[in-house]
Write a protein that binds this ligand. Structure first.
Ligand SMILES: Nc1ncnc2c1ncn2[C@@H]1O[C@H](COP(=O)(O)OP(=O)(O)OP(=O)(O)O)[C@@H](O)[C@H]1O
Length: 964
């Protein structure tokens, strides 16, 4: 656009007014109007040119209100070489090869080869992108981008080709999961500015648009605005359809997977996270794989998977990201799933540690505390720390951070109600749960809290004696559960409903509900909740005056204490039976408690629906041999389709049951049956129904390969693993074989940490490369660095020859750092640097050396304690905790004792002699001993017993001479 055209456009307006309209200075307008030959003359370009065109067409220039501090400086476009170099880095970013992209961009920035401000800004945007999306390091990303935001404001950057990216990145950083940076207002401003610059012909048009939608989705989520979120999801989906960049596609799809989760569609969310984990693994996108696995673990728990499966997923999640989940927001979600699984296994102390770590990260990020609150409240409730539940509620209701504040406060209300319930104030609790429900309704969305609050309300109302209100709450809870199914919450509802029925005096029905609850908790391997439910069953039996119920009740309380659970408030004193309990003949007690083996067989965890059906028929065949049990499915008209079992006599006794998910089935057996036969079939059919319900909810209904670790690990010579704990450990080690992740092995002295490290090496892809062990306690402090990192001759007095150092010796193999707790403080940063980027600085050398080594560290000390005492660096501690492996003490895995003893006998018998047998008294003595010195002590005992005199054919207890 030439000077005349500009002057014509300006018309009667002053230059200042015209300039204001376009967001430039009057001086710029003056220069536009100079004849083209004049030295000071400038031509309008980019965004401003677009605005002028709009003015020429009679419209208003749609410019965002951007401050222009120095628009007299030119917006110099990128040179062709710069363009080529930056485009190459972009391709690396798209492949999600973050480390390579980071290296190449940093190199460009530091080498000075990028001469224009625009090129430097674009390289920084690339870096920020890698930090944000590759490592979830929002703060670093922000620091890198910030100077270029100022340049954008000053009008120093080419608008369409660079500024648009700066704004899009800024929008995504302001919409990031860091409460100190998150700012929805600023996010909106940058989205608007980017939109104003974005043109459909832009070379990354679809990608930038998708990134802007991602920022909006994230902001709506962090604000906790479900309706806005639903709208933004729709727009994101639309924008995603145009995108081809593979890593960006995955990021946006991750956002969409949350959409299903937030709506409460757990099966869909599970599927999406599973697919995402697989796709991210294929692309090598570690962070996203890790995040998807962490979320998958949580959703699988909601579907009542085995806690071990969830723990394995969390572990895989950490491995996938090489430990970088360390201080990021994804860590909080991994911690939630892990704590949840540990709680279900009754491992309270470990759950507490995990929750504490998660909370520290949340505080650092000013993240809402509510994501960990359900697990934390459960832990406090089960362990009887009721005063702390009140404190927790207080923390939630006082949360002032920007992330999901109203929802956080609603959680506070729920926790307060739980605290009231724990204190025995049932009515106050009921009101609290109802108030929570009402608040969540007001907020719109958030089905999980709605579900939890309404399920709890049923029990609280029943305990408060408000029976009609409890029934109403029950109807509400059922409706919510139908919409948002969860096997675990269903089990909890069954328990509360059991209370209600007991209070109404329907003791038999109450027991049925409680048994249903017990069956589901058992299937979900939730040991504490199963124990609590057993105690409720006993309490109901006692209140009904059943013979033997008192003893049963006591036993159930003892069981709770064994798990470290404080018996929760017992409201059974208020139960008055109005309905006779059935006599033994009419309906013998054939619940989960008394079915023994058949129950175990039907309740095998992880069994798919088809297998459960087959088991049911097989169990019946075992109980009633030759009676031709069969299974049929009934349609809505009552027509039967045979499923399993045929031939033989026609069945005479049929029992109908449902699978909890709308299907009706029936099992039949040919008569005549023994007196309790029919009751037995009914009880089994009911259990099969629960098992099917859980299988369906778990998503095992269809044949599918669940994400599990391989069942059996290959044998490692010399590594004895007879107990289930050690076999599991070996499987875990095999699962880590392809990974380079640092492993830390903990366990008491002599428990076999070094043996585990060796086994890990032999199972890994590095088995053919060196395995080097280095004991940190055995090297004098002053020689430490040289021994570890190597030195050049003359690097210090006494260094007579070059020394490669143990790290270099282990190149391409494994380095075992024993007694890592003894590592001198001054060496710790150097080891950390090596763990982070594989670089070492040998003493006396001027350049770093790159080494490829997998590190396995071991300690029998509490590293956390050393950190607190300032003797171990916290950053190194976290870097080492990537994959923690605990070797249990021998007393916790007695099945290993005999296998190990036999192994040592044959290993230590001198060559050419026949190894003696271990006599029965020797075996008994070995198994009874507590082994404070663990496997090493056992080995010594065997060695000593073989050392004296001629070898007997049978080694007796007297010869073993176990001391202590
Ligand atoms: N699972 C196992 N199979 C075979 N031998 C074992 C096993 N576990 C331990 N041992 C043997 O027990 C002894 C002690 O094991 P190891 O040195 O690995 O223990 P550690 O936990 O590393 O001890 P420390 O903490 O004192 O270093 C060794 O002789 C080792 O061979």
């Amino acid at each position: 656009m030439g000077p005349e055209a500009i002057r014509a456009l300006r018309g009667e307006q002053s230059r200042a007014a015209f300039a204001r309209q376009l967001g430039v200075t009057p001086l710029t307008v003056y220069r536009w109007e100079l004849p083209q030959a004049a030295a000071q003359a400038r031509r309008p370009r980019g965004r401003v040119m677009e605005a002028l065109r709009q003015l020429a067409e009679g419209g208003q220039p749609a410019l965002p209100p951007a401050p222009r501090l120095a628009s007299h400086l030119s917006r110099q476009e990128l040179s062709r070489e710069e363009n080529t170099r930056l485009t190459a880095s972009l391709a690396i970013l798209q492949r999600a090869d973050w480390r390579a992209a980071e290296n190449s961009l940093l190199e460009m920035l530091t080498s000075g080869e990028l001469r224009t401000p625009g090129a430097r800004a674009l390289a920084s945007v690339g870096l920020a992108y890698a930090y944000r999306w590759g490592y979830e390091d929002v703060r670093r990303a922000f620091a890198v981008l910030l100077p270029h935001l100022a340049e954008a404001d000053a009008g120093l950057l080419p608008a369409e080709s660079v500024e648009v990216h700066v704004h899009s990145m800024a929008a995504n950083l302001y919409a990031s999961p860091d409460g100190r940076i998150f700012d929805a207002g600023k996010m909106n401003v940058h989205v608007a500015r980017a939109e104003a610059l974005l043109r459909p012909h832009h070379f990354l048009y679809a990608e930038v648009r998708c990134q802007l939608r991602m920022a909006e989705v994230a902001a709506a989520f962090y604000l906790g605005a479900p309706e806005l979120l639903a709208r933004q999801y729709g727009r994101l989906e639309e924008a995603l359809a145009e995108v081809t960049d593979p890593s960006l596609r995955l990021m946006a799809t991750h956002g969409l997977a949350h959409e299903a989760a937030i709506r409460g569609d757990v099966p869909l969310a599970t599927r999406r996270f599973r697919e995402l984990a697989q796709a991210s693994a294929r692309l090598g996108y570690g962070l996203l794989e890790a995040r998807s696995l962490a979320f998958l673990a949580q959703h699988r728990l909601d579907e009542a998977c085995e806690p071990d499966e969830a723990l394995a997923l969390v572990r895989r999640s950490r491995v996938a990201f090489d430990g970088r989940l360390g201080r990021s927001f994804s860590f909080i979600f991994a911690a939630r799933a892990e704590a949840d699984a540990l709680l279900r296994l009754g491992r309270f102390a470990e759950a507490e540690t995990v929750l504490a770590e998660g909370n520290t990260v949340a505080e650092e990020l000013r993240w809402t505390p509510h994501h960990l609150v359900v697990q934390q409240a459960r832990l406090l409730y089960l362990t009887g720390r009721y005063a702390e539940i009140h404190q927790l509620a207080h923390r939630l209701t006082r949360y002032t951070g920007p992330i999901q504040q109203p929802l956080t406060r609603a959680y506070g209300c729920w926790v307060e109600a739980l605290a009231d319930w724990a204190d025995g104030h049932a009515q106050r609790a009921a009101e609290g749960f109802a108030a929570t429900h009402a608040r969540v309704l007001e907020l719109g969305g958030w089905p999980y809290l709605r579900r939890d609050a309404s399920v709890c309300e049923v029990g609280a109302r029943a305990a408060a004696g408000q029976l009609p209100e409890s029934r109403a709450a029950l109807r509400r809870a059922r409706a919510i559960l139908e919409q948002f199914p969860s096997a675990w919450s269903t089990a909890l509802l069954h328990r509360h409903e059991g209370w209600l029925l007991a209070r109404e005096g329907h003791l038999r029905e109450a027991r049925e509900k409680l048994e249903a609850s017990l069956a589901t908790f058992s299937l979900a391997a939730d040991l504490p909740e199963a124990a609590v439910t057993r105690r409720t069953l006993a309490a109901v039996a006692r209140a009904a005056g059943e013979p033997g119920a008192e003893a049963w009740h006591q036993q159930s309380e003892e069981e709770l204490r064994r798990y470290g659970i404080t018996p929760p408030p017992d409201f059974s004193a208020i139960i008055t039976p109005v309905q006779e309990l059935p006599s033994a003949e009419a309906a013998p007690r054939l619940g989960a408690e008394s079915l023994g083996v058949p129950f175990e067989r039907l309740a095998v965890r992880g069994m798919g629906a088809t297998l459960i059906q087959r088991e049911l028929v097989a169990v019946l065949e075992g109980l009633f041999p030759g009676r031709g049990p069969r299974l049929e499915e009934l349609d809505s008209q009552g027509h039967a389709t045979p499923l399993l079992g045929e031939g033989g006599e026609p069945a005479s006794e049929w029992v109908e049951f449902g699978d909890g998910c709308g299907r009706r089935l029936r099992v039949g057996v040919a008569g005549p049956l023994p007196a309790d036969g029919r009751a037995l079939i009914s009880a089994l059919a009911r259990l099969a129904g629960f098992a099917l319900e859980v299988a369906v909810l778990r998503g095992f209904a269809q044949v599918e390969a669940p994400l599990r670790e391989p069942e059996a690990a290959p044998d490692v010579p010399g590594f004895i693993a007879a107990s289930s704990a050690m076999r599991k450990l070996k499987t875990e080690l095999a699962g880590l074989s392809g990974s380079r992740a640092t492993v830390i092995v903990t366990g008491e002295s002599g428990s076999g940490k070094e043996v585990v490290a060796r086994a890990l090496h032999r199972l890994s892809a590095r088995a053919a490369r060196p395995y080097v062990a280095f004991n940190c306690a055995a090297v004098p402090r002053e020689l430490f660095e040289g021994q570890l990192f190597g030195y050049r001759r003359g690097a210090y007095t006494g260094a007579a020859t070059d020394h490669p150092g143990v790290i270099r010796t282990a190149h391409e193999g494994t380095l075992f750092l024993d007694e890592i707790g003894e590592l001198p403080l001054e060496v710790q940063p150097k080891l950390l640097r090596f763990l982070e980027n594989g670089e070492i600085f040998p003493l006396g050398e001027t350049r770093p050396a790159q080494v490829d080594v997998r590190v396995i560290a071991a300690t029998h000390r509490d590293l956390g304690q050393l950190v607190r005492e300032g003797r171990f660096r916290e950053d190194l501690y976290y870097r080492l905790q990537v994959v923690p492996v605990r070797v249990p003490p021998l007393r916790e895995r007695r099945e290993d004792i005999i296998a190990l003893a036999r192994h040592f006998v044959s290993q230590l018998t001198p060559e050419g002699q026949e190894p003696p047998q271990l006599g029965p008294d020797a075996l008994a003595a070995l198994v009874a001993h507590p082994w404070p010195g663990n496997v090493r002590e056992l080995r010594n005992v065997i060695e000593r017993s073989l050392a004296f005199g001629a070898l007997p054919a049978v080694l007796g207890a007297d010869r073993l001479r176990i001391t202590g």
